[in-house]
Design a protein around this ligand. Structure first.
Ligand code: GDP
Length: 460
């Protein structure tokens, strides 16, 4: 994989987000054999500026036939192999907004570039040996990170913190395989195999595999986050609670447009975990059936969530309506939030015995948000989560491959214990080596590549 694979086609794409009227700079990126010649045909750099690698040129992007000026821009030239793809790369740094970048992209395509597929720049970086697969995945994760912690593990992955131990484990497996195979091929010439040494070696590998596997849950949480639904009768203070929570210092709030008219969604970060809050508080029906509808909507929101904050009014306490809301969600993870605690104390004996997690808040006085976040994190960590090791947290694909490696290694151990012939040992050991190689991309199939890179955005 270390040889640069020359791709015949030069690709082009807009590399920055396209948001109308936003962003002061928009970048169009070219990569491939013709990147430089295409750039030269479009870019007019006045004066004595030199077209040198890793230099920035100032000038004008002009239509090659009409000479019409499309934009005043900067051009960054990165010649192979010192570029993202290890091919010749040119970036046009245009003015932001949709029109200039799209016109420049169009000109690149007219000059013979092909529109890049999602992740195609990164695929080339991988195929040309600049990055391994875990690094490629980290790039996508960094771009999509929704919390500082998620971005931290993506950066760690980008630096090879996951690839390194996996590669090491695979090499140790290869060494063991070589030992065994030597005994198969040259049985007479070599001292007999020390089964204990092999077993201990495998045991050590297995322990490391398990340690890395144990980061999967944390990784999953940091990447995909948690869905929390705030449910409860009208007027218990659901929207006030969400407001107080959103205003709290620790919360990084992004307003997402509600996906349905009935549920308002907000994005918060709690303990590094991106939390999507589904709030049914926006419901203000004037119909007679208001209570009933509230119950139904709460039920729907609750079933979409990983965790439910059943909110009640401290002054009113637990009523028949709460029972109605609670019954259909009693089997789900619920935290009972007693809001308006500034107004009174409810009768605790009326609460269902199953509810173990209880938090008191006063949304109006910004009180209890700390406790609420602690309870949420506690309920998440009960799901067998290990302490966050933010150097490393594998994703689902990596976890699946690592699980295959683990099972294969356990089978090798069993084969040894059952005194089966050496040929049998090598079969499972090879499977483990294959699975480990799939994580870094040392062994890879086209379908795996397709699955990974289809999740990328265009221009990356
Ligand atoms: P929702 O229908 O459940 O979303 O309830 P709201 O958030 O709209 O709150 C209903 C009313 O209760 C509003 O007048 C709020 O100002 C008030 N309220 C909300 N939380 C508290 C609280 O903690 N203490 C007090 N005293 N009033 C609150």
């Amino acid at each position: 994989m270390s040889e640069t694979v020359i791709q015949r086609e030069t690709i082009a794409a807009i590399a920055t987000a396209i948001v109308p009227q936003q962003g002061s700079i928009g970048i169009v990126r070219l990569s491939g054999q013709n990147a430089l010649s295409i750039a030269r045909s479009l870019f007019d750099a006045p004066g004595q500026q030199k077209w040198q690698s890793h230099r920035i040129l100032y000038g004008f992007i002009r239509h090659p036939q009409t000479q019409q000026t499309i934009d005043e821009a900067l051009l960054l030239l990165m010649l192979a192999p010192r570029s993202y793809t290890r091919e010749d790369v040119v970036e046009f740094h245009c003015h932001g907004g949709i029109i200039p970048v799209q016109q420049v992209l169009q000109l690149c395509l007219e000059q013979g570039a092909k529109l890049a597929q999602p992740g195609e720049f990164t695929i080339r970086a991988f195929l040309n040996g600049r990055i391994d697969l875990t690094q490629a995945e980290s790039i996508a994760e960094l771009v999509g990170a929704r919390s500082p912690q998620a971005s931290q593990i993506a950066v760690a992955g980008l630096q090879g913190k996951l690839a390194q131990p996996i590669r090491q484990l695979r090499h140790t497996c290869l060494d063991i395989l070589a030992e065994i195979e030597a005994r198969i091929d040259f049985e007479e010439d070599l001292p007999p195999l020390d089964e204990n040494v092999i077993s201990q070696g495998l045991e050590a590998i297995l322990r490391q595999v398990e340690a890395i596997l144990s980061t999967a849950d944390q990784g999953e949480l940091l990447r995909t986050g948690l869905k929390v639904a705030i449910v409860g009768r009208p007027n218990v203070g659901k929207s006030s609670l969400l407001n107080a929570w959103s205003r709290s210092d620790r919360a990084i709030v992004t307003d997402l447009p509600g996906t349905t008219r009935d549920v308002v969604e907000s994005q918060l970060v709690v303990g590094g975990i991106p939390v999507q809050v589904l709030d049914t508080a926006g419901i203000r029906d004037t119909m007679d059936q208001v209570e009933k509808i509230g119950v139904e909507r709460s039920r729907v929101a609750a079933h979409q969530a990983d965790l439910i904050l059943l909110t009640i009014d401290a002054q009113v306490g637990w009523t028949i309506e709460e029972t109605e809301i609670y019954q259909p969600i009693a089997h789900l993870p619920v935290i009972l939030v007693i809001n308006k605690i500034d107004l009174g104390t409810p009768d605790f004996s009326l609460f269902p015995a199953q509810i173990k997690e209880i938090v008191k808040t006063s949304a109006a006085q910004n009180q209890g948000i700390d406790g609420l976040e602690k309870a949420i994190l506690a309920s998440v960590h009960q799901g067998n989560l290990k302490a966050a090791n933010l150097d490393l947290a594998i994703n689902q694909r990596q976890a699946a491959a690592l699980t295959r490696a683990k099972i294969a290694l356990q089978q090798v151990q069993e084969t040894i214990n059952n005194q089966l012939p050496l040929d049998f040992w090598t079969i499972d050991l090879r499977s483990a080596i294959q699975a480990l190689g799939e994580i870094t991309g040392e062994e890879i199939t086209e379908s795996v590549l397709e699955r990974i890179f289809s999740r990328f955005c265009i221009g990356k």
